[in-house]
Design a protein around this ligand. Structure first.
Ligand SMILES: C[S@@+](CC[C@H](N)C(=O)[O-])C[C@H]1O[C@@H](n2cnc3c(N)ncnc32)[C@H](O)[C@@H]1O
Length: 247
């Protein structure tokens, strides 16, 4: 292998366990959606499971990452879903592909706006009346210290995320009611972040003198230091949101 494999140990591109994914599929298909829109879908694993559970539904996934989209198309093909799903390589910013009965936006609200109220407003406009939005969004379990922020992502700030109560309030202000509020557990984070780095760590151990080893090692070390710092501080909320009907 000349370069590290990418994300082969991940099922979802985020802290999401199989039991929670099963519960989400059940909850998000109760209203029998016929159209599903996945904003920043990556390889669209959750959307594909939703489509498999709702044989009348069609899905549109939007992402900028060609490799992840190709993985999604391959998975759709393997599950006989190709005729009901499209994976589009384009920006979701200002997307014309709504409204949909179910809109997924997991770890990808930045695609709809740099500020959360703006992204939530976009989501409100993208969901049909009587539909659902699944928003997977970061929040602080507690305010990080300056020392912690310095070890997270470049230029990390305490204002990068709200706390959970504020996050849900913002969703309400944007015209939703929260049907269900749940947050990723520490186990889900550890599973996700370990799987995220595992391919790279094994490759580094096997190729210590590879020309790409030094920059790969630095990137992996930075990511691990960041994640082990935000562990237990940064949360991911899964909000199942119902749009409030227009009066
Ligand atoms: C953390 S990943 C989540 C992927 C997927 N929703 C999941 O949960 O597995 C965030 C995704 O958002 C995508 N993204 C970022 N900006 C975007 C944009 N403007 N338009 C579409 N996708 C975008 C990235 O390429 C990435 O695949």
């Amino acid at each position: 292998m000349t370069t590290p494999a990418r994300h082969t140990r991940l099922t979802f591109h985020g802290p999401l366990s199989e039991p929670r994914a099963d519960r989400l599929v059940t909850r998000l298909t109760r209203h029998a959606p016929t159209t599903v829109l996945d904003i920043g879908c990556g390889w669209g694993e959750l959307m594909l499971r939703i489509l498999a559970a709702t044989p009348k539904a069609t899905g549109t996934g939007i992402d900028l990452n060609a490799e992840d989209l190709a993985r999604g198309r391959q998975a759709a093909d393997a599950r006989g879903l190709t005729a009901r799903v499209r994976f589009l390589e384009e920006s979701a910013t200002g997307t014309p592909h709504g409204p949909a009965d179910l809109v997924l936006c997991v770890g990808a609200s930045q695609a709809l706006g740099s500020r959360l109220p703006q992204a939530l407003g976009e989501l409100r406009g993208l969901v049909s009346d009587g539909g659902r939005v699944l928003l997977g969004e970061g929040f602080w379990h507690r305010t990080p210290t300056d020392a912690e922020l310095a070890r997270m992502w470049p230029d990390a700030k305490a204002t990068d995320h709200p706390d959970l109560a504020t996050l849900v309030d913002l969703a309400i202000e944007a015209g939703f009611r929260p049907e269900w509020t749940e947050t990723a557990s520490l186990d889900e984070w550890e599973e996700f972040e370990s799987a995220y780095l595992a391919d790279t760590e094994v490759w580094l151990a096997e190729h210590p003198d590879h020309p790409l080893a030094e920059e790969t090692r630095q990137r992996a070390d930075r990511h691990r230091a960041a994640w082990l710092t935000y562990r237990g501080v940064l949360g991911l909320a899964y909000l199942t949101l119902v749009p409030v009907s227009a009066r």
